[in-house]
Ligand binder design. Structure first.
Ligand SMILES: *Cc1c(COP(=O)(O)O)cnc(C)c1O
Length: 413
């Protein structure tokens, strides 16, 4: 009976090893806290990469999911889905958009946006206009088209010819953008705040400039708000601060509060090529997902919620600024808006996330040597203080390893 299955060493994971996972498994969550299998508590300032916008096990989301789970999960898009009609209506009423396509992920929302931009020009008699201008450091997902849009070598490498139709320019270089426009250009695609790229905020005047450029050249403006949207900046959508609107916008992450939901929003004009049969999805917009999405909106759109996010964002930013002053050898810069914050590290960012983990606080790395701090939007002042204590301790840990003392380095500056 003894065969290979009886070996006693722990079996290798059956999962495709595409992720470098930490050696910890969480068992349950509550608000901003995660608990491992031994009951140890971690302060979650990663929120599953900006997904758990309302923290873990939010009672309103749990109730909505449970009620819908007992009624109906999935019917396909062959039939009317009233919960989806309602969620789309609410997104439209609170944005620039007239119409919504639901997906299961951010990359799929971007795929819809890219296809829509191409189809728009094709429907206008200009099928040659299919190219999209994107930006260095961008991240739009991991499908073949979205890795081409992101243009990052490490994600493209080995996956065959890059999908054609994406022209990348330097981050926020207005002249380079105008030069990149050709008779084949269909759209400009940008994250109002680059998340994976290192919490790089596009200044409002640049977003305005892009809007003018698009209007002047007959291009569609596409915003990827998969990470920065849904209240994370203290505004429902990050671009609203700039006082302009895109033609198309991708959402996901926070929209489902942990349930996989994405959405592509558009004006009627931009969406006019997308007629019956032109695009589709089996799972997207199913009743279970839509019930959860509506529950997320119940909370995010409630009076005072976004004010609270802005208030916590300002408080957090001020405290991070003084943290940086206390630990200049660890933190070089504080960036971000609302509760999408980044610490540009003066040491390898992996050292910072590691030291934070030792202080039982979760954060997420990003490009440009940045540590992302993405707390759930429901945090209060007490949680902000708790986070600052852990950040302080983590910085001191790193300074001790470097042979520095926090007070010494602060006093010498
Ligand atoms: C996460 C992310 C995506 C991709 O979303 P997935 O759900 O992983 O496909 C796209 N754009 C931005 C800005 C993101 O942060």
């Amino acid at each position: 009976m003894s065969g290979p299955s009886s070996v006693t060493t722990s079996p290798a994971s059956a999962l495709l090893p595409t992720f470098a996972r930490l050696d910890i498994a969480f068992d349950r969550g509550e608000g901003a806290w995660l608990f491992d299998q031994s009951g140890n508590r971690y302060l979650d300032f990663g929120s599953g990469i900006a997904v758990n916008a309302l923290g873990h096990a939010h009672p309103h989301l749990v109730a909505a999911l449970q009620a819908q789970a007992a009624k109906l999960w999935h019917v396909s898009n062959l039939y009317q889905i009233p919960e989806g009609e309602r969620l789309a209506r609410r997104l439209v009423e609170n944005s620039f958009a007239d119409t919504v396509f639901f997906t299961n992920s951010g990359a799929e929302a971007l795929e819809c946006a890219i296809k829509m931009a191409r189809k728009y020009h094709s429907a206008n008699g200009h099928p040659e206009k299919f190219r999209i201008i994107t930006f260095e450091g961008a991240f739009h997902g991991r499908t073949l088209a979205t890795i081409a849009a992101g243009g990052q070598k490490k994600y493209l490498d080995g996956f065959g010819p890059k999908v054609d139709g994406f022209d990348q320019v330097a981050f926020a270089d207005h002249d380079a953008i105008e030069k990149a426009i050709t008779p084949e250009t269909a759209a400009i695609l940008i994250e109002p705040i680059q998340g994976e790229g290192g919490v790089r905020v596009v200044p409002p005047q640049c977003l305005k400039g892009l809007r003018e450029l698009c209007d002047r050249h007959g291009l569609l403006l596409i915003f990827d708000e998969v990470q920065c949207g849904m209240g994370r900046t203290g505004h429902l959508f990050a671009h609203q601060q700039a006082g302009i609107a895109p033609d198309i916008m991708a959402l996901a992450k926070g929209l489902g509060g942990g349930f996989p939901i994405g959405a592509c929003l558009a004006t009627l004009e931009a969406g006019k090529g997308m007629t019956a049969g032109s695009h589709g999805t089996t799972f997207g917009g199913n009743p279970l997902a839509m019930a959860v999405g509506n529950a997320v909106l119940d909370v995010v759109l409630a009076p005072g919620f976004l004010d609270h996010v802005r208030k916590m964002g300002l408080l957090f930013k001020q405290k991070l600024a003084s943290l940086k002053d206390r630990h200049p050898r660890v933190i070089a810069e504080v960036r971000g808006e609302g509760l999408l914050m980044g610490l540009k590290a003066a040491q390898p960012n992996t050292e910072v996330t590691k030291a934070l983990f030792q202080e039982h606080m979760l954060a997420v790395g990003a490009g440009d040597n940045v540590v992302r701090l993405l707390p759930p939007l429901i945090i209060d002042e007490k949680i902000v203080d708790d986070a600052l204590h852990r950040l302080d301790a983590a910085c001191s840990r790193i300074e001790a390893d470097l042979g520095l003392s926090a007070t010494g380095s602060a006093a010498s500056s």
